[in-house]
Write a protein that binds this ligand. Sequence first.
Ligand code: UGA
Length: 468
Amino acid sequence: MRVAVVGSGYVGLVAGTCFADLGHDVILVDNDERKLAALRAGQVPIHEKFLPELLSRHRGNRLQFSDNLKEAVRQSAAIFVAVGTPPTQSGEADLSFVESVAREISGGIDDYKIVVEKSTVPVYTSEWIRKIILRNGTDPESFDVVSNPEFLREGTAVSDFLFPDRIVIGCDSQRSADVLREIYAPLTDGSYYKRSDAIPQPDRALLPPPLIVTSTKSAELIKHASNAFLALKISFINAVASVCESVGADVNQVVHGIGTDTRIGPRFLNPGIGYGGSCFPKDVMAFRAVAREHGYDFSLLDEVMRINEDQRHRFLRKVHSALWTVRGKRLGVLGLAFKGGTDDIRESPAIAIVQALLQQGSQITAYDPAAVDHTREVMGDSIAFANSSYEAAHNADALLVLTEWEEFANLDLNRLRQELKYPIVIDGRNLYDPEVMATQGFTYYSVGRAACHPDGVPAAALKNGKKA
Ligand code: UGA
């Protein structure tokens, strides 16, 4: 099938590339000529596993890049809209990009077309898209608007797209549902998974994925409610972690105990420094705003946001309780991205913490496996950048772990301790076992677990694991 994807951001680029891998002919449309030129020249604008392979497999063949939306509409059976929906000052989603794309799409409709919402949008957006297209003189029989929310996570976006837990299609006509079914058929009939060149199957995938057909409004709500619920799960466990700290319990044990209840499940129960990224903070606010607009006061979501914000302050208080004063102290930082596996620093809690510590007069040397370039664009040379975790730790008064990169969890602790001026680690992501850290000679602070000190030895008296 021939499809167009409008917007070459995270969702659009991954969706377009994966549709090509499913065997469709894809036109990826963007109005940013520089971005298009970079994509045509073989550059991969985001750090995403398997994306470089799939882009080079399909670029110039099944995957074309264009700035001509009308022409792409004419050539395609379905047009996926994956443009940005940033938050306004009051927290609502700004839908002006979606509206202008809808207006432009109307000019290219010359035959039956399906306009698919792929961006995260509030309920009623599909009705607005329909109104805008009709207002521009399009025949009502010549198109349908469908909601097909995307659930991919940054860092595992390609696997999430091709091995989804489910595919949701919200549509109000049989005809449009049939076209969407056909587009996803290689996944839902399992044929994609039999291919020798399919990307490797992730651990948890239940194949083939179910296709859930709903009304458009329900599909729009499924997306907002999914993200809000996941954010709620994270804030819930962060609140439980705070109680654990107060009473001397271990949040990891609590997570194991509650997560094994199949009704709760273990995923998205990792306590930390709060959720960040381009989705949860924006979507929780937008869902709160859209509920209010339609007469429901979803104040539960205010509490989710408040706990999330508070989590950073709690971490900063931990840094103070470990170091007393921070002015003039040299702090090593591991992780700048909003989570492991990505170079994205949008709404990164790690960046917020680094900025707060800078304001308080600390000197920061940070390392991140992928996010240094983006951080430099935002923070210039207000912090120093290291080429490895050990270099970030070198001669530091303490080491702060802010992003859950796998490579941080596998560091040589002996070497790390030798690099540090004082063996103090303040871990916002619970990457290490407190007992192991204490045995290795560290004073170790984490989230929802008691602070650990090397047995009977005051932290400041320890150097290289031995008494000074
Ligand atoms: C999220 C959703 O997980 C995707 O399903 C959704 O498609 C996407 O938003 C979107 O709407 O586009 P993403 O923002 O890429 O994906 O990242 P997540 O893996 O969900 O992590 C979000 C934040 O929560 C990160 O800062 C992460 O460190 C934090 N987190 C996650 C925790 O603190 N604890 C956890 O247990 C899980």
